[in-house]
Every structure is written in C-alpha cells, then in structure tokens.
Design a binder for this molecule. Sequence first.
Ligand code: CP
Length: 311
Amino acid sequence: MSLVGKHLIDPGDFTLTEFDSVFQLAEKIIENKEDFSEICKGKILASLFYEPSTRTRLSFESAMLRMGGKVLGFSDANVSSTSKGESIADTIRVISSYADIAVIRHPKEGAPKLASKYSSIPIINGGDGGHQHPTQTLTDLLTIRTFKGSLQGISVAFCGDLKFGRTVHSLIKTLSRYPYNRFILISPRELRLPEHIKYSLDNQKTIEIIETEDLESVIDNIDIFYMTRIQKERFFNEADYVRLKDSYILNKEKLKCAKKDMLIMHPLPRVNEISYEVDEDDRAVYFKQAEFGVYVRMALMALLLGVYKNA
Ligand code: CP
C-alpha cells in the first residue's frame, strides 16, 4: 500500500487502511517531532486559498515548515491571476511546475477535483463549498482515536448547520464506514443533513440515525458531540441567517445532563454556539483538535510525497 502521488479530494479516496497509516504516522510525529524536522527539505507546498481560512491554511503551512519544506501561494484569490479570468485548470498546470504538492480551498464545489485532473502533483482538497473537507475529517478522526481509543461503536451527535457544513458531510460519511456507529443529527428543519448524504452512508442496513431539533432531549446519550457554526456565508438571505444563527448554544447548564466522558468537538471557527465557559470543561477538546490538524497534515503530506519510507 502506498499513498505516494495520490490526490485527496474526498475522504472516500482513501481506504480505512490508508487512513490508519496517516494516523499511525501522525502519532509518531506527536511522540517525536524532531525526527521529522527535515524530511521535506527541498519540497514546496503550494497553498492556494480562494476562500478565507485560519486553521486549514496555517496548519498546512506550519506542517510543511515543521518538516523543513517551503511554502508559496496566496490567501486571497484577488491577488492571483484568477482575478484576470484565469481558469483553475490553467493555474494548476502552471503551479505543478512550481511546487511538489498543493492544497486548494475553493468556494465552488468540485474545484479541487477539477484541479486534480490537470495536475501532475498531489492535490489536497482544503474544503470546497458546502461539499467536503477531508483533512478536517483526518483531524477529527485522530482526535476521536486519541481520546476515545476507537473509531467504532460510538454515538456521535452532529449539531448546527448539517446542510451546508462540509466538515459534517465528510466526517459522517467516513464514520459510517466503521462498524456499529450511531448518529444523532440535531439541527433546525431548514439545516438538516441532505438526503443524498444520508443515502450515501455505508452500512445502510444497520446504521442507526436519530434526527431531532431538540438538543436537550438527546444530550444524555452521546459519546462525541460535534458542534458546528451556522455559516453566514452559505445563506442566500440575511433574514434566514439571523433567525437561525443562535438555534443552539452549548453551555454549562446543558452539559449537566451529558456523559462525564463525552467529547466536545468543533472544527472551528466558533461564533456563538459554544459558550466560552465551556472551554474550561475537561471534555472540551476543540483547541487540541485544531493542534492535531498540524500533525495529521504533516503525516499526510509526508506520505503523499513519499518522503517517509517506514509507513
Ligand atoms: N476548520 C476549518 O476549516 O477552519 P478554517 O476555516 O479556519 O480553515
């Protein structure tokens, strides 16, 4: 099994064994970061962000720098030749000769996939519209694996914007590939998980899915609580956003009924949906989750570039 030269556009591009190899390497990196400080010497990451980002862009860039490589790119499409009308196909053809690997975030669903068709270097999807965010999923799975010890037989609640939330779409699809997982979907009616995603889940015959608008009625029976932001940028009108934005706010009071070992996760950024008082709770792991994003992206790039030989 080798990941060398592969693209990661959708979590379904990797087998569970390939996911495991990324996690095992990420765990080695966490244990001994110094051992990996030069493995990408001479390599260049192109960081192409057509949409705002803090964690994904900076954790990818940090990951490459921590492995001794270099980074080029842009964080605003208006300063690239896209603003002159250049297509993503032409952009990536050119960048293939400037860098060894590229991460692309784009507001249009499918843009990183299109780029991969014209690329001679590995392309990583850093989030495309409301579609997929596979490296957030790697980050989330490493977090669950670290704190829970397993990716199967768990009750996972997704709360907030399940319609447009690409982190939810990627994570639920991936978790459905592991056996005996149970999903609780908590959202306003308008922001429910799209039917096509529900029907694309694995283990269709045995999978248990509960849908509710009422967080309090289900909070006592959850192992992983995955909160998400109501995403202003995906709404067509301001009034709907204002009406729905504070649908769920997790606070200390609501957590009184939750399991003592329930993990509280969030891909971040947070707006209002988790009260700051929750940050002190031992169950809140969202900042650790963001940190794991660096290690898992180090592992991913090392494997795609073939600079780590012992996976
Ligand atoms: N989780 C995540 O994708 O965050 P950014 O939008 O800051 O990259």
